[in-house]
Design a protein around this ligand. Structure first.
Ligand SMILES: Nc1nc2c(c(=O)[nH]1)N[C@@H](CN(C=O)c1ccc(C(=O)N[C@@H](CCC(=O)O)C(=O)O)cc1)CN2
Ligand SMILES: NCC(=O)N[C@@H]1O[C@H](COP(=O)([O-])[O-])[C@@H](O)[C@H]1O
Length: 217
């Protein structure tokens, strides 16, 4: 059984990409990271792909008239690479309903909050301001509505006295690097999938076994 072909879409640093690359290096992992695409030319994550010998491409959204043309270029690259599943990892472009529908059930994202709380951008600053006592991260299926797709897994961390945006973000990131590979494995193994065929996305996500705070390997 050939391994699933995974594409990772990034915009920056790529530490979640690195966590997925490291997980996929394990012969038992059911997927290969076959392609990395960045919408920003100098994203550090591209160097990580290069380092790992993974095909990488820059498809700069600024080179396109509109989102549809940008996404048509994304889809061409994904098609040529025979991609089965797409992971958004710090990918900072909103995707249209058409793209989300084309990849329904095969497109996931990681977000550094316990969704549905703190959707969108600047979440660590907003969490500190809100004075929450727990925080975390979420892996979810991508729907046209931002940060609203069905949740696959979450990991929780404490917010400690004296925490800054940076110290909280670092604590959450540690969990992101455990949660994302674990959720991707569930997706590839068919243990996390969308039920039914309803649009908009109100259907349940089926996950065999709970996926909270995956164990540290
Ligand atoms: N249709 C969807 N697209 C994306 C989702 C999603 O859930 N549904 N998740 C995001 C990731 N993300 C939060 O997790 C996020 C990314 C980007 C933005 C945003 O406002 N982007 C601006 C541009 C910002 C920039 O270029 O720096 C934009 O696209 O105009 C909000 C949330 C990925 N896409
Ligand atoms: N809204 C999406 C979002 O905020 N994603 C967040 O961007 C960071 C990317 O880090 P990385 O480039 O080191 O993986 C991660 O913390 C991820 O959860």
């Amino acid at each position: 059984m050939p391994k699933a072909r995974i594409a990772v879409l990034i915009s920056g640093r790529g530490s979640n990409l690195q966590a997925l690359i490291d997980a996929a290096a394990n012969p038992d992992f059911p997927g290969d990271i076959a392609l990395v695409i960045s919408n920003r030319p100098n994203a550090k994550g591209l160097e990580r792909a290069q380092e790992a010998g993974i095909q990488q491409e820059t498809i700069d959204h600024k080179d396109f008239e509109n989102r549809e043309d940008f996404e048509a270029a994304l889809n061409d690259a994904l098609k040529i690479a025979k991609i089965d599943f797409v992971c958004l990892a710090g990918f900072m472009r909103l995707l249209t309903d058409s793209f989300a529908s084309d990849w329904r059930g095969r497109l996931i994202n990681i977000h550094p909050s316990l969704l549905p709380a703190f959707k969108g951008l600047h979440v660590h600053e907003r969490m500190i301001e809100a004075g929450v006592k727990v925080a975390g991260c979420t892996v979810h299926f991508v729907s046209s509505e931002v940060d609203a797709g069905p949740i696959i897994g979450q990991a929780v961390v404490p917010v400690l006295p004296g925490d800054t945006e940076e110290t909280l973000a670092a604590r959450i990131l540690e969990q992101e690097h455990l949660l994302y590979p674990a959720c991707l494995k569930l997706l590839i193994d068919g243990k996390a999938r969308l039920s039914g065929n309803s649009v908009p996305y109100t259907e349940d996500v089926i996950v065999n076994g709970s996926l909270t705070n995956p164990p540290v390997k």
